[in-house]
Design a protein around this ligand. Structure first.
Ligand SMILES: *Cc1c(COP(=O)(O)O)cnc(C)c1O
Length: 355
């Protein structure tokens, strides 16, 4: 890939936000990576340039029919100022799966990873130093051909933007309260629930807003057919520890194959836990809670890494999980994953990639 580089001149660089108050996705760095695709020509005009607005035709197909896919990963500043990525190839490979499902063009993951690394090196000063803070990386692809009519577009824009984000748990590793919806569904097998396409998130907002009004941070999704089997929580995968078994729903086609989920499965298997990817119903979870065998519930995803669940609301009743405190396994997984991601602990899995 011929990477054209247009650096922002020094006196036009943005001033940096306060690292103790970054929040999530509110600030963006000085540069971005962009490349264009045209049918017959392939990917071209790849370059790193000043972070700026795009100019799009009002008929750009993404604005009407939603051919839009994205990824989310992070850069971590570790010991001696070294910067690491966590399993970036898995994100880029997953993005190509999303592209195929949405009839969008795939790309060379090696070339895009190299461009991503170059972009991070150029905006290196934006990778936070504060404990637990990271640089969130958002690769995105959208259809830009001007035209009405539902069909695959002939031209696309691929871009990567970067956003410094704060530690997810600035006040300690606190369990969240989740709302089990039996009104709305997220996805159904045969649809697009297994890919990171924008429409999935647009469709989920209403359930999240209603849950938040009732005092819950996230929605727990049930399967669309029986409204019985557990799928995911918000934009995270979910795990249950019942007795000595750690359970997560299988990749049935309607849930997102999380990279954190996969990492949790590898770690816990290596720790000798009994781990199952199997359907688990909300009734099984509540019965286990009743009997006292439900030890822990936690979500897994790039943003929060591990989110312990302290309470579930289902059909108007609230159930407390594990006395509403973060469980041992959640804490161990969070600590282990963070230690690998920040390059503090040696990584026996080959997950970390230096920038
Ligand atoms: C991104 C995402 C996840 C988590 O995936 P990670 O690769 O672990 O970040 C889970 N569910 C949904 C719906 C997602 O969009």
């Amino acid at each position: 890939m011929d990477l054209k580089l247009e650096r922002v001149i020094d006196n036009e660089l943005k001033s940096k936000p306060d690292e103790s108050n970054l929040g999530f996705g509110q600030y963006f760095t000085d540069h971005m990576f962009v490349m264009t695709y045209d049918e017959g020509k392939g990917w071209h005009e790849a370059g790193i340039k000043k972070y700026a607005n795009f100019s799009l035709d009002p008929a750009a197909m993404v604005l009407h029919y939603g051919q839009a896919i994205f990824e989310g990963l992070k850069a971590y500043r570790g010991k001696r100022e070294k910067i690491y990525l966590f399993r970036p190839n898995a994100n880029l490979e997953r993005m190509n799966v999303s592209a195929e499902r949405m009839c969008m063009p795939t790309f060379d993951t090696k070339e895009v990873l190299a461009a991503m690394q170059e972009l991070i090196r150029i905006d290196e000063s934006w990778v936070p130093h504060a404990k637990g803070a990271t640089l969130y990386i958002r690769p995105t692809m959208v259809a830009i051909e001007a035209g009405l009519g539902v069909r695959p577009a002939k031209s696309y824009l691929f871009f990567i933007i970067l956003s410094p984000v704060g530690a997810y748990y600035p006040e300690g590793f606190n369990p969240i309260k989740i709302y089990v919806t039996d009104t709305y569904v997220r996805a159904v097998s045969g649809g697009v629930g297994h890919v990171k396409t924008a429409g999935n998130y647009a469709a989920s907002i209403m359930a999240a807003v209603e849950a938040q009004k009732k005092g819950y941070t996230q929605v727990l999704w049930l399967d669309a057919v029986h409204r019985k089997f557990i799928e995911e929580v918000g934009t995270s995968n979910i795990f249950f520890q019942i007795g000595d078994e750690l359970i997560t729903p299988p990749l049935s086609g309607s849930i997102l194959p999380g990279i954190t989920r996969d990492s949790v499965l590898k770690l816990t298997k290596d720790w000798g836990l009994k781990v199952s990817e199997r359907p688990i119903s909300i009734d099984e979870v509540l019965q286990a809670n009743e009997k006292g065998t439900l030890k822990e519930v936690f979500g897994s995803g790039t943003a929060a890494v591990i989110s312990p669940v302290g309470a579930l609301c289902y059909k108007g009743r609230e159930y407390t999980v594990n006395g509403a405190i973060a469980g041992e396994l959640s804490q161990r997984l969070f600590a282990e994953l963070q230690a690998i991601q920040f390059g503090i602990k040696t990584d026996p899995y080959g997950w970390t990639v230096a920038v």
